[in-house]
Design a protein around this ligand. Sequence first.
Ligand SMILES: [Zn+2]
Ligand SMILES: [Zn+2]
Length: 106
Amino acid sequence: MEGGGGGGEFSCRLCGLSTPFSYFGQKPPNTRAVVLLEESYVMKDPFSPDKEKFLVLGSSCSLCAKSVCVGTDCSLFYTRRFCLPCVKERLDQFPQQIQAEVAKKK
Ligand SMILES: [Zn+2]
Ligand SMILES: [Zn+2]
């Protein structure tokens, strides 16, 4: 996937959330010191007059590459982004803290 630029429609493959995004990558434009931990779908925060404010909508799972939103029911971030189905499949490979978090969800 090419880094940077873009714009289009982001949709979460798990919950079906669908929303336009303005940028995909790690360094949103018009922000001075922001570097995201992962390549993300972002949009300018429509509720803020501050040009540097933006919202992170989602990212892609580092295992299955599905687009997933950052909602806690869809994905989690542990050094990389993982969708919840992938986490559940490999739960024993995640630290206790993550296992406990996932166990709380259901
Ligand atoms: Zn979602
Ligand atoms: Zn996945």
